[in-house]
Design a protein around this ligand. Structure first.
Ligand code: TRP
Length: 448
């Protein structure tokens, strides 16, 4: 069938293209670096459980909301809110979303840069160049951080310059399936090793007494971060989605894929941590897990180094290639939002916009490169608090400003009769009441 809406903004070539791109956006360092770290420091199985509940009961409805706002308006987040209401004030929701995304991208690029540097670390180690390996693995070296941030941002910019279907879609189509295959192979490898079973038990047997407001806060933030919600990525991606596509269905596919990869990543990393401990590597510090950048970037390489010979080098390199691919499909979505804003609202040409916006964000990344402790601060403000906050605003805006009926009209394109289904009714209750109340309650109890 000929493409009906080949607009200047571009469109996805297929439904698979959208799902892969949105899933590629969702699956990233959030799943493979952030999720296992949060899970490990929040009681393993209890965190996994609450996280899954947050993904499906809060994240999934909000994702449908974002995609429908995007597809209705055909706009970036700022333009979208402006178009759906005469009151200009509401476009501030979009502005906040773009700010969160921009700031997240700035620190994300630094961590993503480490995925590059650790490919070299594994390579050097395998070649017996131990001193070089130690040198390049130093995440406290500002100049190295800066160098790899530049490299990573350059990759992101070059894909964004290719545009919607040419760049983003093509890139994710090959990267995503590869990623799943490598992940599963690594899990098989780690679980087969003696010493990993304790990690497996901690991860799969939830200890309900560990569920506290703090844990729920962390799990909620993780769900938003991991599903790429709250910064308009899915408003923007939704704006490229064809009217005949079924939004609840594609949102479900993206949510399931993302949760699955997070689950698998936990299945790899937690047993791997205990395996590392069995091999004499410290995973506890002052009674708590070694968290943050240290977890993946210190523990896992030492694990790979314990595997003798070529196999260890191959496993190590494969893992960091996997991680950098996952990060790249996420940075693509993070950069696409401010870029599409610049194209739509300031009339820039795509290639220029990508270079301009990308380089501007890179300046913040360079700053963070030399002051890595800023990552935690930025992550707290913009991911943990910022994203759920903007989730509340999206729910309230959709329900009471744009109006739920109009949202249903949009959702029914591609899913006729959706408003009368059980799922449609449930979705309405969640968006109008449950999601905003639960998120707000959670934010408040955490800070009281
Ligand atoms: N979801 C990605 C991850 O898990 C990160 C990401 C991409 C993101 N786009 C986003 C987070 C938009 C929040 C909002 O790594």
């Amino acid at each position: 069938m000929a493409q009906t809406e080949t607009t200047a903004r571009g469109n996805w070539n297929s439904k698979l293209g959208f799902v892969l791109a949105a899933a590629g956006s969702a699956v990233g360092l959030g799943n493979i670096w952030r999720f296992p770290t949060e899970a490990a420091s929040n009681g393993g199985g209890a965190f996994l459980l609450v996280y899954l509940v947050c993904c499906f009961l809060i994240g999934f409805p909000v994702m449908m909301a974002e995609i429908s706002i995007g597809r209705r308006t055909d706009k970036n987040p700022v333009g979208a809110f402006k178009q759906l209401s005469p009151n200009k004030l509401y476009s501030l929701i979009g502005v906040w979303a773009v700010i969160c995304g921009t700031m997240i991208l700035s620190f994300y690029t630094v961590i993503a840069g480490w995925t590059f540097s650790y490919i070299f670390e594994e390579l050097f180690f395998g070649l017996g160049l131990t001193e070089w390996a130690v040198w390049i693995a130093d995440t406290g070296n500002g100049w190295l951080n800066a160098l790899f941030s530049v490299a990573f941002m350059a990759c992101t910019i070059s894909i964004i310059r290719g545009g919607v279907s040419g760049g983003i879609e093509r890139a994710t189509k090959t990267l995503m399936p590869l990623l799943l295959i490598i992940l599963i192979a690594l899990i098989g490898y780690v679980i087969a090793q003696p010493g990993s079973s304790e990690g497996l038990a901690i991860y799969l047997q939830p200890d309900f007494s560990k569920i506290t407001p703090q844990l729920i806060f962390a799990a909620m933030g993780q769900a938003f971060f991991s599903l790429s919600l709250g910064m308009g990525a899915l408003i923007t991606y939704g704006s490229y989605l064809d009217k005949k596509e079924n939004i609840p269905q594609v949102a479900a596919m993206v949510t399931v894929t993302d949760a699955l990869v997070a689950f698998l990543a936990g299945l790899l990393i937690l047993p791997a941590m205990y395996l590392a401990q069995a091999n004499g590597i410290a995973i506890f510090q002052d009674g708590a897990f070694i968290a943050g950048p240290d977890l993946i970037f210190q523990i896992l390489p030492s694990l790979f180094h314990n595997i003798s010979g070529l196999l260890g080098t191959l496993v190590g390199i494969t893992f960091f290639v996997l991680l950098s691919m996952a990060a790249l499909t996420s940075t693509i979505s993070l950069l696409e939002v401010p870029v599409s804003y610049t194209i739509d609202n300031h009339g820039f040409e795509r290639k220029k916009a990508a270079l301009l916006v990308g380089s501007t964000i890179l300046i913040i990344s360079l700053f963070i490169s030399f002051k890595v402790s800023l990552i935690g601060t930025f992550d707290f403000i913009f991911s943990q608090v910022g994203l759920p906050l903007s989730g509340i605003l999206v729910c309230l805006f959709l329900s009471y400003v744009w109006k739920i009926d109009n949202a249903f009209d949009e959702l029914e394109q591609g899913n006729t009769g959706f408003r009368n289904t059980l799922m449609g009714k449930t979705w309405m209750v969640f968006i109008m009441f449950i999601c905003p109340v639960v998120i707000l309650y959670n934010l408040i109890t955490t800070f009281l």
